[in-house]
Design a protein around this ligand. Structure first.
Ligand code: KG4
Ligand code: ZN
Length: 391
C-alpha cells in the first residue's frame, strides 16, 4: 500500500510517501519521500504558535512539499493534461478560504499526472483547528482530483504507533506488540495515559487537569527568558547541571503525586516557578541550570510515579511513550531506569528521535492500519476536529 500522508496539526507542515506491506500482525514501512517544513522560526518571534499564522504557512507550503515528496518518491510525472470539467469550480468552493492554495493546486494538477498512490492519510485532529482544516481540505481536494480514497487519522494514534516501530535496514517494522499496552502521551497539547486492551481501541486512564507537560515546559522557559519552544532549552540547561555535583537550592512541589488516581496537574508547578523567580530576582547562569534541573526532576518523578500506578491498574505488558516531549533525554533516561529496575517484564517503547516531533511518517503508519480496516472518510463531509479524542 502506497500512502500519501499529510500532517498540519500545529507548526509543522509535512507530506510523506510511505510504502507499507503486511497486516495487523506485522508490517514493514519504507519512507519513499519525506518533506517537512517547521515554522518554529516564524512563531519564535511571538513566543508561541499563532493559529492564523500556522494556517497561512501550511496553505503556502503544502503544494511545494507535496511536489518535493512525490519527486523524491519518483512518483512525479509531468503532464499537459486537461482537467475534468467542473474540477476547478468544485475545488474553488472547497478551498474557499484558502484561495492561494486553490490556485497553486490547480497549477500542480495541470502539470502532473495522477501519482501511483493507493490512499491519502491526513491528520483530522487533535490540534489547532484552523491549521488542521488546511490539511484536511487539501487532502479532500487531492482525493477528489485524483479519485483516491482518504483516511482520516488521529495525531495521537500517530504518536503512539510511531513509538512502537523498530528500525530495519529499509525503514521501520511494527510487529508483536504485547497487550495491554499503556501509552503515555506527552506533547504541547496533551498529557494523558491511555490503555489499549485490544489493538487500536483506547480507554483513558488518566490525564492532566490543567496544563499539558510541553505547555509547562514552554511557559517555564518563557519565564526564564528562553526562546520558543522552551522544552529543548530547559533540557539543555538541566543537563548541564547534571554534569556537576552540586546541591540544588531549589525545590518545587510535586503536584498530585500522592493522589489516588492517574491524573496530572502542572499549573501549580508553573506557578511555583513563577513565585520562585519573583522572590529570587536576577538568575545567574548556574541558578538557571539548577532551576531547570529542579523543574525537570519534578516532572520526571511525577510522570514515572503516575505511569507506574497506571501499569499496576491496567496490567500493562507494554509501555509506549509518545509525543514531542518524549524527545526529552531526562524523561527517556528515567523511564529506561525505572522499567529496567522495577518492571523488567514490561516492554518499553520510545520513538527514535526523528519520530518524536510532529511528522507525517507517523500519520502514514496510523493511516495504514485504518485503511486496512477500510475506515475511509467521505470527501464531501470529512472535517477537522481540534478536540478529537482517542477514547
Ligand atoms: O508533539 P509535539 O511536537 O506537538 C504537539 O503535538 O503538541 O510537541 C511539542 C512540545 C513542545 O511543547 C516542546 O517544547 C516539547 O514538545 N519538546 C520538549 C523537547 N522537545 C520538544 N520538551 C522537553 N524536552 C525536549 N527535548
Ligand atoms: Zn504532536
Amino acid at each position: 500500500m502506497k500512502i500519501l500522508a499529510i500532517e498540519t496539526s500545529c507548526d509543522e507542515t509535512a507530506v510523506t510517501v510511505l510504502e507499507a506491506e503486511g497486516d495487523e500482525a506485522s508490517a514493514d514501512f519504507v519512507v519513499r519521500g519525506n518533506a517537512l517544513l517547521s515554522q518554529i522560526d516564524i512563531h519564535r518571534e511571538y513566543g508561541g504558535v499563532f493559529p492564523a499564522i500556522a494556517k497561512r504557512e501550511h496553505a503556502k507550503n503544502l503544494v511545494p512539499l507535496l511536489a518535493a515528496s512525490l519527486e523524491e518518491a519518483e512518483l512525479l510525472c509531468g503532464s499537459t493534461r486537461s482537467l475534468p470539467d467542473g474540477l476547478d469550480a468544485k475545488l474553488g468552493k472547497l478551498l474557499e478560504r484558502e484561495p492561494e492554495l486553490h490556485a497553486a493546486l490547480m497549477e500542480f494538477f495541470k502539470e502532473s499526472e495522477v501519482p501511483e498512490i493507493d490512499v491519502i492519510a491526513v491528520t483530522r485532529g487533535p490540534g489547532l483547528e484552523p491549521a488542521l482544516w488546511v490539511g484536511v481540505n487539501f487532502a479532500r481536494a487531492l482525493a477528489i482530483a485524483w479519485q483516491k480514497p482518504v483516511v482520516p487519522v488521529s495525531h495521537m494514534e500517530g504518536h503512539i504507533l510511531s513509538s512502537l516501530v523498530t528500525k530495519t535496514e529499509a525503514g521501520y517494522r511494527l510487529s508483536n506488540v504485547e497487550l495491554p499496552l499503556l501509552a503515555l502521551l506527552i506533547s504541547g497539547g496533551h498529557t494523558e495515559l491511555v490503555v489499549m486492551n485490544e489493538w487500536l481501541s483506547y480507554e483513558l486512564v488518566g490525564q492532566t487537569r490543567d496544563d499539558a507537560i510541553g505547555e509547562a515546559y514552554d511557559k517555564v522557559a518563557r519565564m526564564m527568558n528562553l526562546p520558543y519552544p522552551g522544552g529543548p532549552e530547559v533540557s539543555k540547561l538541566a543537563e548541564r547541571d547534571r554534569e556537576d555535583v552540586r546541591t540544588n537550592p531549589f525545590s518545587l512541589p510535586r503536584p498530585m503525586l500522592d493522589a489516588q488516581n492517574c491524573d496530572f496537574s502542572f499549573s501549580g508547578l508553573k506557578t511555583a516557578v513563577m513565585y520562585l523567580l519573583k522572590s529570587h530576582g536576577e538568575l545567574s547562569e548556574i541558578d538557571k541550570e539548577q532551576l531547570a534541573r529542579a523543574f525537570e526532576d519534578t516532572v520526571a518523578e511525577v510522570l514515572v510515579k503516575k505511569t507506574e500506578r497506571a501499569i499496576s491498574e491496567t496490567g500493562a505488558r507494554t509501555l509506549a511513550i509518545g509525543g514531542g516531549v518524549s524527545a526529552n533525554v531526562n524523561i527517556r533516561r528515567e523511564f529506561i531506569k525505572h522499567i529496567e529496575n522495577e518492571r523488567p517484564d514490561v516492554t518499553l517503547c520510545i520513538p527514535s528521535v526523528e519520530l518524536t516531533g510532529d511528522n507525517a511518517i507517523m500519520i502514514g503508519i496510523a493511516g495504514f492500519y485504518r485503511a486496512l480496516r477500510k475506515e475511509f472518510g467521505d470527501v464531501e463531509t470529512l472535517h477537522a476536529n481540534g478536540n478529537l479524542s482517542l477514547t
